[in-house]
Design a protein around this ligand. Structure first.
Ligand SMILES: *C/C=C(C)/C=C/C=C(C)/C=C/C1=C(C)CCCC1(C)C
Length: 257
């Protein structure tokens, strides 16, 4: 267990606590907003709330694990002997990353056949990416970390390619008032997801001890807020605009009581 400074301990402690609150609040917002969109987009909002709900639970557990790993007394941080459990994060990703892709696919409202084939392909690639990354994340040495990280990058590159090429074609079929927002959602996904492998490579930079632990935890935490709560807000805005554009088609009135 790497020993952190009192500042690093508090920084991570507060970041986890803040993220728990953010994810829980986002969950309430997405679920309570369902009635503001047409029925076709309600599942996308349900899933946005599931993603942040699952993340809220895991941030609570990560927070507890961090708190159990260290004692902070008289200005000195020491290890308690309980290891900080990074597995919560990876189990969280295993569940939430495929769901985030489903959110993006659902809001496009593609044909049934396209929706299920894209969900299966992207969902499996996402799961594979997380499973391959985990052994590297917990490895103690750089070569092992680099090996698994490189393997994990293969499905990652495939997902990014699919998002740009495959979803790109579908974006042109979207109503004019949402094309830009869908592009933004895709860009936000691309930028925030691209941040994870960069954070993963922090130990390559020669940083050591508590600095590495702190940088990785803060880095993943920021990326999680953007990728989960941030994307959910864009999905909500897209759903509202598409509901407006399609009002009447499904017999749904926007802003109906
Ligand atoms: C809500 C959580 C999200 C969106 C997590 C996304 C995670 C990634 C895109 C992780 C990617 C990784 C690589 C591409 C290589 C190194 C190992 C990972 C797992 C950090």
């Amino acid at each position: 267990m790497d020993i952190v400074t009192p500042f690093q301990f508090s920084l991570v402690y507060n970041a986890f606590s803040f993220t728990f609150a953010t994810m829980a609040a986002a969950t309430a917002f997405f679920w309570l907003s369902r009635s503001q969109v047409a029925p076709a987009y309600r599942t996308a909002l349900t899933i946005s709330g599931l993603v942040t709900g699952i993340a809220a639970y895991h941030y609570f557990r990560i927070f507890e694990s961090w708190n159990a790993a260290y004692t902070f007394k008289d200005g000195i941080v020491s290890a308690t002997g309980f290891a900080f459990n990074d597995a919560y994060r990876y189990v969280d990703w295993l569940l939430t990353v495929p769901l985030l892709l489903v959110e993006l696919i659902l809001v496009m409202r593609l044909s049934r056949a396209e929706t299920s084939s894209k969900t299966i392909r992207l969902g499996s690639a996402a799961a594979l990416m997380i499973v391959l990354g985990y052994p590297g994340e917990i490895a103690g040495d750089i070569p092992t970390r680099a090996l698994w990280g490189t393997l994990s990058a293969i499905p990652f590159v495939y997902i990014v390619w699919e998002l740009f090429r495959g979803l790109g074609e579908s974006i042109n079929q979207q109503p004019a008032n949402v094309q830009n927002l869908v592009r933004k959602a895709r860009l936000l996904t691309f930028a925030s997801w691209g941040f994870y492998p960069i954070v993963y490579m922090v130990p390559y930079a020669g940083l050591t001890g508590g600095t590495v632990t702190t940088t990785i935890q803060i880095g993943y935490t920021i990326a999680d807020i953007v990728a989960k709560a941030g994307l959910g807000i864009l999905i909500f805005l897209i759903s509202v605009r598409k509901s407006e554009a399609e009002a009447g088609i499904d017999g749904f009135k926007v802003h109906a009581a």
